[in-house]
Write a protein that binds this ligand. Structure first.
Ligand SMILES: Nc1ncnc2c1ncn2[C@@H]1O[C@H](COP(=O)(O)OP(=O)(O)OP(=O)(O)O)[C@@H](O)[C@H]1O
Length: 267
């Protein structure tokens, strides 16, 4: 069962931010949501979660996601926000334990042994075990980002949405996170993440959804859709998708001369 989005539109301050966007994020795959700054990626993720008013539909496993009661939706979908405010005095373990709240019984005051095992696994998968008892607000930006991923994993979602989860991560941590998302997808989780780095997108995503100025520009397997014409039309850069000679790995090569890019910078 995939995530199916149909005719999704969002208007803010009388401006059409998303215009009839329709796409599919296949089940058990990693789908990358790409597009330039302001294309509408964060707005789209918020609309899927009912966090911003929208028209159109978003169905997952037959569930009308935006319309679901919040607690019910949180048992299906976890969201890693671009920058999430978190209570300053919480420990890392407390923050990750927030992921179990949708599953707690009303009378439950502490995590169950099963919850403890889930929290330990989420910390382990994100490399944050050694930070469990640190105060969250003493962590670096990249460490905080990994804790937010751990909280989302503790939710054991069937659908995982992430908004630029690699933005604060060093290159090794970026590769580790994307490898982790691939493992989760292989286990059956449907993953949709907004990304800027096209090289990470082509290497780790099975499927891409390209937004441009609030509209769907393309969707499909990276190698099929990331043509020079699309990259020029959407990003205004000259770029090609090539296969790295020794490994065959897909790579985006940017051909623009520095002079041409400089000439495009607005005054
Ligand atoms: N409250 C608002 N009023 C008017 N315009 C808004 C409002 N909120 C967002 N926008 C505009 O909607 C557009 C889409 O924003 P959004 O944050 O979804 O883009 P994005 O693709 O996630 O961008 P980025 O890659 O820079 O994070 C932007 O042009 C933004 O300025």
């Amino acid at each position: 069962m995939s995530l199916g989005v149909s005719g999704l539109s969002v208007t803010k301050a009388q401006k059409l931010i998303l215009s009839k966007v329709s796409f599919t994020a296949p089940s058990g795959q990693v789908t990358g949501l790409i597009g330039p700054n302001g294309a509408g990626k964060s707005t789209l993720l918020a609309a899927l979660l009912g966090l911003t008013p929208a028209t159109g539909t978003a169905h997952f496993h037959g569930l009308d996601l935006p319309a679901m009661p919040r607690r019910d939706r949180a048992r299906q979908v976890a969201f890693v926000e671009q920058s999430a405010a978190t209570e300053e005095r919480l420990s890392v373990l407390d923050v990750v334990a927030l992921g179990r709240i949708p599953f707690e019984a009303a009378w439950q005051s502490a995590p169950s042994p099963e919850d403890d095992a889930i929290l330990a696994a989420a910390l382990g998968e994100t490399g944050m075990t050694g930070f469990a008892h640190r105060r969250f607000n003493t962590l670096s930006g990249g460490e905080q980002q990994r804790v937010h991923v751990a909280r989302a994993l503790a939710q054991q979602p069937r659908l995982l949405l992430l908004d630029e989860p690699t933005s604060h991560l060093d290159i090794r941590a970026q590769l580790q996170l994307l490898a982790l998302l691939r493992r989760k997808a292989a286990e059956g989780m449907t993953v949709l993440l907004a990304l800027h780095d096209l090289n990470l997108a082509v290497r780790f995503c099975d499927h891409l959804v390209v937004l441009d100025a609030g509209k769907l520009a393309a969707q499909g397997p990276p190698s099929a859709i990331l043509t020079p014409a699309l990259l020029e039309a959407v990003y205004g850069v000259r770029a090609r998708l090539v296969a790295d000679a020794p490994t065959g790995q897909p790579l985006i090569v940017y051909d623009d001369a520095v002079e041409r890019i400089s000439a495009q910078i607005p005054d």
